[in-house]
Design a binder for this molecule. Sequence first.
Ligand SMILES: C[S@@+](CC[C@H](N)C(=O)[O-])C[C@H]1O[C@@H](n2cnc3c(N)ncnc32)[C@H](O)[C@@H]1O
Length: 123
Amino acid sequence: KKTIEIGVFTGYSLLLTALTIPEDGQSENEGSFDYAFVDADKDNYCNYHERLMKLLKVGGIAVYDNTLWGGTVAVPEEQVPDHFRGSSRQAILDLNRSLADDPRVQLSHVALGDGITICRRIF
Ligand SMILES: C[S@@+](CC[C@H](N)C(=O)[O-])C[C@H]1O[C@@H](n2cnc3c(N)ncnc32)[C@H](O)[C@@H]1O
């Protein structure tokens, strides 16, 4: 019912969320969000994750977009095309590693679009 989105742009993904939440859905407060969708500046994904671990309730879901980064997260460094290189790709690699090591969440990676990672806060 309570959702937050970081990186709204056209509002396309936010609209999908808005159409899905119940009529009495709303947005605010620490430890109380059911759902978060993150599709903003990749350099801050790890920071957003730390904030969301406080904002989400236990059992709440955070979804991170672009976690395949064009598939280059699974490509040897020397084979990554130049236009995929840079701080954003490094930030996605850092996020993927830190989520895999994060005992606060259960993870599911979905190879949909540019990759989404679904995290459920478990404590
Ligand atoms: C890829 S777009 C998001 C697309 C959106 N999910 C949609 O369905 O249209 C990324 C958005 O993140 C925003 N953004 C970038 N850095 C941000 C920041 N530090 N804080 C909040 N939003 C940010 C950009 O302005 C842009 O609107």
